[in-house]
Design a protein around this ligand. Structure first.
Ligand SMILES: Nc1ncnc2c1ncn2[C@@H]1O[C@H](COP(=O)(O)OP(=O)(O)OP(=O)(O)O)[C@@H](O)[C@H]1O
Length: 365
């Protein structure tokens, strides 16, 4: 089978989210067939371990297996614009910022569970705790496990549940709000991106400080964020704040991966009844009104707080229904991250390939 024939065969593989076949969408970067018939396919997939991209890769294998081919698959996203070599975090495939319009809605809880949930799926993950007002990472790592400095004065992040952890609090001390004035924010962020040995990561989850002020904006300007997750509770006031978060991301052209609703239904451990303490459906209605994906709803569950205090993310509790909600949220975030990349690749391919009816001089469509 030659390269063209392999490509033809790959036209049978659909991207379920973009709704076309992967060849037409431009998601097949490269096909090579060696002299002894070995086939290698490079796909434009950017969200490792996301359910959709895992399924696409599986469908590629199946389609070629029917021809007796066992391909070598790889994935790469054509480089972002920056070819100057001084790209920020060049070894990190995806940076996901977790944000909230106000404090206390469970942003850190979502960030920790998202990071642990991605690692649970097999991804290489880092968690960067930039929330100085309520740093959660120091609580998660044992006190005798601070980051280690190397001879080159870089920091090796401690690891837990397969997640590399780094916190602002490790660098500046937990009680030092002074840094939030002026250029210090920029300096500390630069330190955290340049001096930390993150290694190669599939995902770096950033727990942003709550709110939508200058600090958050500076972070977005300094770090190349792939997409953001906005956490809200179902109450109207929280939703108003979430709206401000949206405006901040819009001003900065950051993709919003979706809305996560936290502290939704409370399942009473005593009576078994379900109570909607902060109202219900607010998060999904909000997402719909703003034409954004809804990533899922996490119940109000005392075990989430206990898990947080003990450094045991609920997402890793395979028996728990709330854990399952976090796993679904993780899957949705990974899937939407993949959509961001695949859509960008397919749009840039579409730009380079004029539609067949272009240039017919029949006027505008
Ligand atoms: N779904 C939930 N069920 C029960 N408790 C929760 C849930 N989500 C978060 N909590 C608890 O609520 C408190 C606040 O959560 P968290 O620290 O994640 O919020 P936050 O939005 O990051 O706040 P801040 O950034 O202001 O510190 C914590 O004690 C946490 O354990």
């Amino acid at each position: 089978m030659d390269e063209a024939a392999v490509r033809d065969r790959l036209r049978t593989v659909e991207d379920p989210e973009l709704g076309d076949d992967i060849v037409t969408l431009g998601l097949v970067n490269d096909v090579t067939v060696s002299e002894d018939g070995e086939v290698a396919v490079d796909l434009a997939l950017g969200a490792p371990y996301s359910p959709t991209e895992t399924a696409i890769a599986g469908a590629v294998r199946d389609a070629l297996a029917e021809e007796g081919i066992d391909p070598e698959l790889s994935a790469s996203i054509p480089d972002r614009d920056d070819s100057s070599g001084d790209e920020v975090l060049p070894n990190v495939k995806n940076v996901i910022a977790v944000a909230s319009g106000k404090g206390g809605v469970g942003k850190s809880t979502v960030a920790v569970n998202l990071a642990a949930g991605l690692a649970r799926r097999g991804a290489r993950v880092g968690l960067f705790d930039a929330d100085v007002y309520g740093p959660n990472v120091p609580r998660m790592v044992d006190a005798d496990e601070p980051p280690m400095a190397t001879e080159e004065e870089t920091l090796v992040p401690p690891e837990k549940y397969g997640v590399k952890l780094m916190s602002m609090a490790f660098l500046v001390g937990e009680d030092d709000p002074v840094i939030w004035r002026g250029p210090m924010v920029h300096k500390v962020i630069t330190q955290l991106t340049e001096d930390v040995e993150w290694g190669h990561l599939d995902y770096l989850v950033i727990d942003l400080p709550p709110g939508t002020g200058d600090t958050q904006l500076t972070m977005l300007q300094t770090i190349p964020v792939t997409g953001s997750v906005i956490v809200t509770t179902p109450q109207d006031v929280a939703l108003d704040d979430a709206r401000k978060g949206l405006q901040m991301f819009a001003r900065h052209d950051t993709v919003v991966l979706g809305i996560a609703e936290n502290m939704a239904t409370f399942v009473c451990p005593d009576c078994g009844g379900e109570h909607d303490i902060f109202g219900t459906g607010g998060g999904s209605a909000f997402a719909e009104a703003h034409d954004l994906p809804f990533l899922g709803s996490i119940p109000l569950d005392p075990r989430v707080r206990e898990g947080g205090d003990e450094g045991q993310p609920t997402v890793l509790d395979e028996e728990s229904g709330t854990g399952e909600s976090f796993r679904e949220l993780t899957a949705a975030v990974a899937n939407n991250t993949g959509i961001v990349h695949r859509r960008a690749v397919s749009e840039s391919v579409a730009e380079r390939t004029p539609p067949v009816d272009a240039g017919t001089g029949e006027g505008e469509h």
